[in-house]
Design a protein around this ligand. Sequence first.
Ligand code: PLP
Length: 393
Amino acid sequence: MKYDFDQVIDRANTACEKWDDLQNRFGVNDVIPMWVADMDFKSPPSVIQALTQRVEHGIYGYACRPDSYIDALVQWVKRRHQWSIEGEWMAHTPGILPAISVIINSFTQPGDKIMIQTPVYHPFARIITSLGRQVVNNSLKFENGRYTMDFADLEAKLDGGVKILVLCNPHNPVGRVWSREELTMLGQICIKNKILVISDEIHCDLVYKGYKHTPFAAVSEAFAEQSFTCIAPSKTFNLAGLQTSCIIIPNEALRERFNQSINSLAIGSPNALGITATEIAYRSGDEWLEQAIDYIQGNLAFLVRYFQENIPQIKVIQPESTYLVWLDCRELGLAADELATFMLTKARVAMNEGHIFGTDGEGFMRMNIGCPRSLLEKSVHQIKEAVTFLCRA
Ligand SMILES: Cc1ncc(COP(=O)(O)O)c(C=O)c1O
């Protein structure tokens, strides 16, 4: 491998949430952080070099989005996902969550219903309720270790006047890469019921070999006209802290209304370093990304084998994308709060508790394996020790 993903980099004292906020978030410090969704790898060397040059320039005034930046995004989406988009379809936000919040606020009224598919990235529900809207849940089906969408339940619940569906494509935390067939079924139901779709595709570039991401809006023109597609280099190239995202809105009327809201909130200004990093990453990051995926897929293979051989009580739900792995810990027989405390205080590994993703996540944990293999080995070894002790007791 050309890039060294084995290198352990000390992230302490870099104002980094994953490592520096442990005490605040979990009340402990000496645990291995396998929680918040960023990686312990450096970004591609070309990105670091471009950022270094930009930093050395020394002036960090207001930034703009040059044509070359827009073109890099258009080319990336075409090259990686075979979706031809126009530069003018793009709107820009610091992050995907601010965009989701703006869409819900601009296109629905307080009290309106917004659908999500749990277990799903927990801030979706938090944003919906904090904006005074109602969450309607279309739980995923979990059969034979695999998650699928429950279309019958979806259709039944849409009758109740749902305005927006927030789709997680690929899905965090269950790791599914939704197939074209699944997206087609979903989209047809939404079109029939005049539901706007927010397709959060922040994890779309980190898809394992053998799977293919389909942008929801690329399935048909009708889907494109009724949807917002959220993309970012944040997960792909570990750039989340540079706060640079793109919302693809082919429908002109929807786009204008979205942009009006962004302008009224004054959150559309780009991050100068984010622009530099995003453009170079999208232009030249393919090879690094392929190797990062290979490495993470190696981590996953190790994890699956280790759990099968040493901790059979915990089942790995095989992800098709992302470095976030959904672990079925129900066989340990611990209640949700006991499981969290057990992982933290006995295994000394900080993961995300499954129940925060929805009540159907109770008994699960989400583990972030975007880290050097040695760290992953250490953490699973600690989990094994703790589980062995628990099962003996
Ligand atoms: C599905 C999903 N959407 C959005 C986000 C956060 O995006 P942002 O930091 O751009 O708001 C995350 C971060 O983990 C995520 O997993």
